[in-house]
Structures are given as C-alpha cells and as structure tokens.
Design a protein around this ligand. Structure first.
Ligand code: ADP
Ligand code: MG
Length: 323
C-alpha cells in the first residue's frame, strides 16, 4: 500500500489508443521479439495484441488484472530507478473494468497456458488452455459499461490515427522487434525486425527522406545521446516527425524541443519542422517518470545538462556538414 500512495493517480485509459499503448509496453517489458496488433473499427470493437514474450505464470493470473499489482517494482524506492515501461500495475485492471477482456498466456516452462475472461468487471475463473508461448490479450467493446465515454469516441478513422501514432512510437524505439498492425483485417504496417534503425525510419518516412538524415551521437557526464536528424537543407517538412525517447520511452519536453529549435535556428526555411529522431540514455536514478499518468512527461534531476548537450551536439554536427 505504501507504494500505491506514491504512484501518480490518474485516468490512464481515455481512448482505444491508450489501450494499445499500455499493452504494447507490457509486451516490450515481457521481452517479446514479435508483436501483432489487430484492431477493428478504430479499436472500439476489438483490440487484440499477441506477443511471444515470457508470458505469465498461472499463479499470477489474477494479479495481472488487480489494481496496483505489478511484477515490475517491489518498493517505493524502486520508483526512483524504473527500468521497465510499466510499473504502476494499473493498466490491465482499468482496461478489464471497462471492456470485454480476455487474456491467454503461457510460459515456455509450462506445457499448458491459462485463459481468463473479464466481462465489464465480472471475472470468470481462470482455466488451463493450450496456447503458444507468450501472451494474447483481447479487448472488445471498450467502454461498453460506461456509455458516456463510449459515446465520446471519435470516428474510427480518428481513433485509428491515435492508435497508429502510439504504434509508431513503439516501432521507432524498438527496431529489433517484428511488429505488425492491422485494421479491419487490412495490413497497415508489417515491420520486419532490423538491427539498423535507419531501415525502420525508411519504412515510415520513405527512402528519399531517410537518405537525407544525418547521424549524431555524443556522450557527456553519463548521458548518451544518439539518433538521426534532418539535414538542415531538407525542403520536406512534417509537423509529425519529431521524436524524442528517454531511456526507451517516448517523451514530450518543452525545454528539449526548444533546444532543437535553437539548433536549427537560421538554418531552416521559416515554418519548416525538421525530422528529428533522437534517443537519450541517462541513469535511471536521474529521471522521475512518475509525474504524469501516461509517463510522457518526465522530470530530470538536471535538465540543463540535457539541454546543453542536445544543442551543442547538433550545432557541432551542422558545422561539419555541407549546408
Ligand atoms: P505494469 O505494467 O505497470 O506492471 P499492467 O497493468 O500494465 O501493470 O500489467 C500488470 C502485470 O501483468 C504486469 O506487471 C505483468 O506482470 C503482467 N503482464 C501484462 N501484460 C503482459 C504481457 N504481455 N506479457 C507478460 N506479462 C504481462
Ligand atoms: Mg503495463
């Protein structure tokens, strides 16, 4: 209970895309190498995610859907060094509460897996079943028992846009994962695993744009920075091409966005947004991810260090390339 109180409260599941985000993060935490996402009607009818990760032990079946039960941290202290995407143990419980939820899972050591169902909060006994190693979770009719929230869902196309964005963040940050996304049985993305991040960028942005990206990297005071950024002379522009990942997690940060703008200032045509695709790795102890329910805003122990490093790394690089 001590842990529970220190965890930022808040509504995690606001739309189908939130479900996709939480479930993808769980599959990543479970060390999956392959994840399939299947969605129908913008996620309002069906969201099914199948992974080949380490699975869940039958004894833990009920824990996965109890509020505040997580296998990922043990004490409040651990909150200061989070190494997994999840740590609140809140997501599956909230999802199961407002949908027709089913889960099947098997660990490699066990010949048989188990399945459990929750129907609008009503649990039926977990029972053994045959299934492949890994976990499949199906969420049907999201918000079926909260009609007002269901009514406020946008069109399938809009909801699908949000889902695609969540999928993209995970896909860009994990090029070693084989990932696929289908909507109404149509393949939207089928991304083969690759060691080379640039291959995956090419699938998202096209070869022409990927060719113009430049590699940057630096390390200062234990902070590692690396990734691809647009050549300042690029004439293509996209407002949706700025991605920043901190310790593998997609983040939004005003100060770091400002550093990016500063780095490109005077180099880009007015109104252009550079594509930036940057990773930062800092010691887990120096960042607090428990600030925002979706963990997309984080607090750094020393944000000035990151700001200066980002700005100076890009400036130095731009001085060395042909503009
Ligand atoms: P959290 O990720 O914060 O621990 P969740 O509610 O997202 O909380 O998940 C609860 C627990 O269920 C996890 O701690 C994990 O033990 C288990 N779990 C969920 N999804 C998977 C999965 N795809 N593979 C293996 N275990 C999973
Ligand atoms: Mg989780």
């Amino acid at each position: 209970p001590a842990v529970v109180n220190k965890i930022a409260a808040g509504e995690v599941i606001e739309r189908p895309a939130s479900v996709v985000k939480e479930m993808l993060e769980n599959s990543v935490d479970a060390l999956a190498t392959r994840i399939e996402v299947e969605v129908a009607a913008g996620g309002s009818e069906l969201i099914r995610i199948t992974d080949d990760g380490e699975g869940i032990h039958p004894d833990d079946a009920l824990l996965t859907i109890s509020s505040h039960a997580t296998s990922k941290i043990r004490s409040a202290e651990d909150l200061f060094s989070v190494h997994t995407m999840g740590f609140r143990g809140e997501a599956l419980a909230s999802i199961a509460e407002v949908s027709q939820f089913s889960l099947r899972s098997r660990q490699a050591e066990n010949p048989r897996g188990f399945e459990l169902e929750v129907n609008g909060g009503q649990l039926s006994e977990p029972k053994p079943c045959g299934c492949p190693v890994g976990t499949t979770i199906e969420v049907r009719n999201l918000f079926c028992n909260t009609p007002v929230r269901r009514k406020f869902l946008k069109t399938p196309a809009t909801e699908m846009g949000h889902i695609t964005e969540q999928f993209t963040r995970i896909a860009l940050a994990n090029s070693r994962l084989h990932l696929s996304l289908r909507h109404n049985r149509k393949v939207i993305y089928d991304l083969p695993a690759t060691e080379k991040m640039i291959d995956r960028l090419e699938l998202f942005y096209g070869a022409e744009l990927a060719e113009k990206l430049i590699w940057v990297e630096s390390e200062q005071e234990g902070v590692r920075l690396w990734g691809y950024v647009a050549h300042p002379s690029q004439n293509k522009s996209t407002a949706k091409g700025q991605y920043l990942f901190l310790n593998g997690r997609w983040i939004q940060d005003r100060s770091l966005n400002h550093a990016l703008r500063e780095a490109y200032r005077g180099l880009l045509m007015v109104g252009r947004y550079p594509i930036t695709f940057l990773f930062m790795e800092v010691p887990a102890e120096s960042v607090d991810v428990n600030v925002h329910p979706t963990k997309s805003e984080v607090r750094f122990r020393d944000s000035q260090i990151l700001y200066r490093q980002l700005l100076s790394t890009l400036r130095k690089k731009f001085l060395s390339v042909d503009l």
